[in-house]
Design a protein. Sequence first.
Lengths: 342, 331
Amino acid sequence: MIGQANEATPRAAKDGAAGSPLVCVKDLSVIFDAGRAGFWGRKRLQVHAVEKVSFDIHPGETLGLVGESGSGKSTTGRAILGRVPVSSGTIYFQGKEITHAGKERVRALSRHMQLVFQDPYASLNPRMKIVDIVAEPLLVHGLVKNTKEAAGEVAQLLELVGLPPDAGARYPHAFSGGQRQRVGIARALALKPQFIVADEPVSALDVSIRAQVVNLMQDLQARFGLAYLFIAHDLAVVRHISHRIAIMYAGNIVELADRHLIYESPVHPYTKALLSAVPVPDPPVQRARQRITCPGEAPNPMDPPSGCRFQSRCPYVTQTCRDTAPVLTSRRPGQTAACWNC
Amino acid sequence: MNGTSAETLEKALEKNRYEWVEKLQELGRELKRDKAGLIGVILITALVLMAVFAPMIAPHDPTDQDLTARLAPPVWYEKGTWNHMLGTDHLGRDVLSRSIHGARVSLWVGAAVVLLAGGFGVVMGLMAGHLGGRTDAFVMRWIDTQVAFPGLLLALIILAVIGPSLTTVVVVLALNGWMVYGRMTRSAVLSIRQSPYVEAAEVVGCRWPRVIFRHILPNLTSPLLTLAILEFARIVLAEAALSFLGLGIQPPATSWGLDVSMGKNYMFMAWWLVTIPGCAIAVTVLAINLVASWLRLISDPQEREKQYARHMAGAMRKKMQATIEKESKVP
């Protein structure tokens, strides 16, 4: 589907690793209140969406965040952007703590970090022209006084994402999904951020359009040194764009490693099962492959088990797994996994 | 910076500035297809023109009494004269002139109440929906309480205490009518607030007033417009009811409701005293409802397409029939 020719360059990752990280997340937990239960409502219900998640993102690097739905990937991204209250842990941006940033702080930070949405059809206001949508960030941050003043900048941004400048005069309904996603990217780029959270930016697009948008994101990264947190469940796309990949399961990161290591020598049983589910575009090889399945369901986020969250589905489960939750430990240079038995 | 691309964009924007003229023309074409809507629009336009130019159109001053021609019948009766085309009332006032002038009161009260109640209700609904929490609970309980209380009773109490006048009628009807706007706005805000483009606006750094007025409110306009027009019809009726009960418009001013109430004493001798203003009320309300149902149709893209398809199918059928007839005539 996506050519191997212009895969993510590992150079940026290596260069970045030497310097200080742009975004640093330490033991991030997000717990949502879900009301009360029981007679008289004595029992408080809590959804443990994200628990003790840690990772770094360096300038110019893409961290792919993969997991099934409900595993907490989007919540992690939104917590960094200050849109979800953090229960515990810390988030640093450019070395400064932003964990519990107030409304105004989050607003100021929005100049440095932006979000690209999953659904390009719903994320553009149908009553606004493209030029108003793309100029809005500049306007609300006081960088321009009105849309007219922003015309030059908007035209440039539209060209940057591969749209003709006169597209600005039209309304979102005149564009296809891929084009709308380009508009969404132009809006995110308007403030010249260093960090972009891309929340499944291509999962709503046609397969043929996906490659275009992913390549556009890579071009922009090379040009502006952007760092991405790329949230997805499409393993092929993540492999293409990411420098490092984190696999999430039920609110935990189970494995975090350089791209090649994850795909070539996965350690965690969940990662192995996940990768074995991706078909290989070569029938004889595919037939010879053994599919690893982990029967069972993900634990209820309202009542997570003590110990490892994967215990109910893990083929190698032991008593240790049931008692204590494993933490990410180094397996190889550039590969960490959270498992007691592998 | 990039001169040429900026110019292209500006030119395209300039070109689109006159888009609304085209949209208006398209609307006109669609109106032609919907006969009921067309009748409604024509009637309302006529009513508005009648109200605006009332002093020029009306043959008499609506308060001029002509005691020599009391209870004169309309022109088609033997005793009727062209001087009083639709007859006169018990004081010899011209019924036609009074009905023409009555349109002024009805439309003025309707417009003022819709603006007042709509403005207040929408603001309360936006606040309740967007701020949520205690504000939401407070506004919604307030609305529930007021809805539970009979509106006409409240209006009568207030009018009886303060004393009836045009302004009090407007205020009282607005006090009674804002809840429906509040409820509808709140529920729409709750659904729109969850939409990704509102989140996008917040992520980009919009403060809440901008989010409400630039992103949420414009997407509410079409349901609110339909509601406002339907409410307009209800207000016209409510004003007539209040005037009929003697707590609305006071003589010497004129109003359809007032005329009906004064005419009811002579109903068996002079039926035209209640019928003419009564018909005026009915026609106005009907016209408004026709327009409202047409507006609901065109504000829904799906319904709009259906209607267009129906029109095209009808045109094609006609064309085919015409060709068949032609062919059958040839041999």
